[in-house]
Design a protein around this ligand. Structure first.
Ligand SMILES: [Zn+2]
Ligand SMILES: [Zn+2]
Ligand SMILES: [Zn+2]
Length: 328
């Protein structure tokens, strides 16, 4: 696998030739009980109510990114490429195979959120990584990979495109108004109360004014904070209300559709001051972490363009060869 930069949009893609698909789901769960195929455990949070553990981070069995080495960015004529250095983890949300976020207890969901915060905090210490993504693909239409309740985490040497757009837009808004755009959105949504789904303590779930898909829902903390991991690792309160709100919001969404994408947007790694993001001075004030849920309502999904990091299992060289040789 390698990373290539689109010279026009300046977004990175990950590509490689015909990566073997993981074997189709067997009856046997990789992550339950004493698995015959051992997984590499990175971090485990203690169990609740007699369960062996509550949330656990493991190395992805077929990782897109590998932790060893340097990304060594190289030119290729007018193009840019680099090695697929990074981290790829599976965040198990529960020790129970049927403990999905919407039918787990609030305390269990909270443990999962704390694990995500811990992993982000930890990976941000590695200055090679510019951004840590936490996301969940649930349901066939969303490309769910494992049946055990899970989210995934990637640490990348670049900032995913959608996040980069948000960071630039938040900075521009702050430059002209000296206010956080997310705080302003939240204030208006709460005032108008037209698109708010539910409020729990310091968290608000609402449908954004200009949704990308039907039933798109965002969850934001009311108090301004750029980094999720700071909220998630605070000892007091922190993500308790978020856990309850997330659980209920997913229950709501599941009345509409089974499949959805969920993504956490938090501040990038500020140990890494890059030229493309030379605007760290205001980031603590201009960016505001949040969760986005993008349900998949129709199989056709004509204008569905969620992907933040495009992934192509065939390189363009191989593709062009096959197209040329195709019998037509
Ligand atoms: Zn399982
Ligand atoms: Zn804010
Ligand atoms: Zn976002």
């Amino acid at each position: 696998m390698e990373l290539r930069k689109d010279p026009i949009t300046r977004s990175w893609v990950i590509t490689g030739d015909d990566v073997p698909e993981p074997s189709p789901h067997s009856e046997h769960c990789l992550f339950c009980g004493d698995s015959a195929q051992p997984v590499q455990v990175i971090s485990t949070l203690p169990g609740l109510d007699g369960n062996p553990w509550s949330a656990r981070a493991v190395v992805h069995p077929h990782p897109l990114y590998h932790v060893e080495g340097e990304p060594t960015r190289r030119g290729d004529g007018i193009y840019d490429r680099m090695g697929s250095v990074g981290a790829h983890e599976v965040l198990l949300e529960n020790s129970r195979h049927d403990g999905d976020l919407w039918n787990a207890s609030d305390a269990e969901v909270e443990q999962f959120l704390r694990l995500a915060a811990l992993r982000i905090h930890d990976l941000k210490k590695d200055s090679r990584f510019k951004y840590i993504s936490v996301f969940k693909n649930y349901g066939k239409l969303a490309g769910q990979e494992f049946s055990h309740p899970n989210s995934q985490l990637t640490a990348t040497t670049f900032v995913p495109r959608r996040v980069l757009y948000e960071l630039r837009a938040s900075r521009d808004y702050f430059e002209s108004k000296e206010r956080c755009v997310f705080c302003d959105i939240l204030a208006q949504e709460e005032r108008q109360a037209k698109r708010v789904v539910e409020v729990r303590g310091d968290y608000v779930a609402f449908c954004p004014y200009a949704p990308r898909v039907p039933y798109e829902t965002w969850i934001l903390p009311r108090n301004h904070e750029a980094s999720f991991e700071r909220t998630g690792s605070s000892r007091t309160g922190g993500v308790t209300d978020l856990a309850a709100l997330l659980r209920c919001t997913l229950q709501r969404i599941r009345t509409v559709t089974e499949s959805f994408h969920l993504v956490l947007h938090t501040s990038p790694n500020s140990h890494h001051r890059s030229e493309t993001l030379g605007f760290w001075k205001t980031i603590e004030d201009d960016y505001h972490w949040h969760v986005e849920i993008l349900p998949i309502v129709e199989a056709k999904g004509k204008s569905y363009t969620f992907k933040e990091v495009y992934y192509s299992p065939v390189t363009s060289e191989t593709a062009v060869q096959r197209l040329r040789e195709a019998k037509i």
